[in-house]
Design a protein around this ligand. Structure first.
Ligand code: SF4
Length: 359
């Protein structure tokens, strides 16, 4: 075990957060074991959602569905209704699918081996490693976005994270010990949250500052390096904002896989590198607005031109499309990109409502 790992484990024993899915190092020593079900549910909820937001949802979830078996008998509607405040619905959908598979194939137990875990819906490399190390005490190198930041700083990895995955993994492998892997993963998560924060880390209170290469070389401010805009490709496409007079518009539920998977939004073309004439998603009186919404994703910049449409067509596939009322629409139900589209399209909406025809 490296000196950094030892110090961080000691720090975690004293300063680790008390979380409802967690068993502290002290309790582990006294014989308590983590509940793999709770570890799994918490890891899924924590994907793209903060600990603070997750805690009350997690507690209510466990009260409602206290076991894999109970969860496996829930309906998709029930789980998604519960998931409403957490967003990223694909996670809720996969959680239920996964519970059914666990019931049918694993006797309602979470398997501890990696191959079986990776074959389950919604469980990728990070989640499988986190479950194995935290719930089963297996040796794993657990790396999430926050741990990546800490590793880059400790080991002075100067290229952007997106270009340093291999180096980060190699450096992280040095830290994760044979035993107490789960504790170290959780130590790193808490340390990233309270000391080695994204902005203005508390280096003066950091227990490993004397071993941190970025601190030594005065590079903390610049690590991890940001991907410069010029390194990012630009993808272009069209987004379709269709109104149904007098005051409604159309949303779609995006496919569960891929970027913004499972979220609400406006229909778009593929986000191709080259802009092409779009194929329209359904019949409408479409016109180009030349209004472009730009959005930065971590790996690329997206430019979507808004195509506005008015339609009386009503045979929409209800499993895909949703008619929204403009007057009581909650823009917060949309991801940021789609909020930008709504904000930009809204004035065209007004102009269209005030005219008799769409040209
Ligand atoms: Fe992070 Fe600063 Fe500690 Fe380095 S010294 S690990 S940058 S908090």
């Amino acid at each position: 075990m490296t000196l950094i790992s030892k110090i961080l484990l000691r720090w975690y024993t004293k300063n680790g957060r008390v979380l409802p899915w967690r068993v502290s190092p002290k309790d582990l020593e006294s014989g308590q074991t983590p509940d793999p079900y709770k570890v799994w549910v918490s890891e899924i909820m924590l994907q793209q959602t903060t600990v603070k937001t997750v805690i009350p949802y997690f507690q209510k979830f466990i009260e409602k569905w206290g076991s894999i078996d109970k969860l496996s008998h829930a309906s998709e509607g029930e789980v998604l209704a519960f998931w409403a405040g957490l967003g990223y619905y694909a996670r809720g959908r996969n959680l239920l699918k996964c519970a059914k598979e666990l019931r049918d194939r694993f006797n309602s137990k979470i398997p501890s081996d990696k191959k079986n875990l990776l074959g389950l819906p919604g469980i990728g490399e990070y989640t499988a490693s986190a479950i194995r190390s935290i719930a089963f005490g297996e040796k794993e190198v657990v790396i999430d976005a926050n741990i990546e930041r800490v590793i880059c700083r400790l080991f002075k990895i100067e290229k952007p994270i997106q270009q340093s995955k291999k180096d980060i993994k190699e450096c992280a492998s040095q830290l994760f010990p044979e035993f107490q892997c789960g504790d170290l993963a959780q130590a790193l998560m808490d340390f990233a949250n309270s000391i080695c924060k994204p902005k203005n880390p508390f280096c003066s209170q950091c227990p490993v500052s004397s071993l941190c290469l970025s601190f030594k070389w005065n590079l903390v401010e610049s690590i991890p390096a940001k991907l410069t805009k010029k390194n990012k490709p630009t993808k272009k496409g069209y987004v379709f904002f269709a109104i149904l007079k007098p005051n409604k518009f159309l949303l779609e539920r995006r496919p569960s896989k891929g970027i913004l998977g499972g979220l609400l939004g406006f229909p778009t073309t593929k986000w191709d590198v080259e802009k092409n004439a779009p194929s329209f998603p359904f019949k409408a009186n479409w016109f180009y607005t030349e209004r472009v919404v730009t959005h930065q994703f971590s790996h690329f910049k997206l430019e979507l031109e808004i195509v506005f449409g008015e339609t009386e067509y009503s045979k929409f596939d209800n499993s895909k499309y949703l008619v929204a009322e403009r007057l009581n629409f909650d823009i917060l139900s949309l991801p940021t990109l789609m909020r930008k589209v709504y904000a930009k399209a809204d004035s065209v909406f007004d102009a269209t409502l005030n005219s008799n025809s769409v040209t």
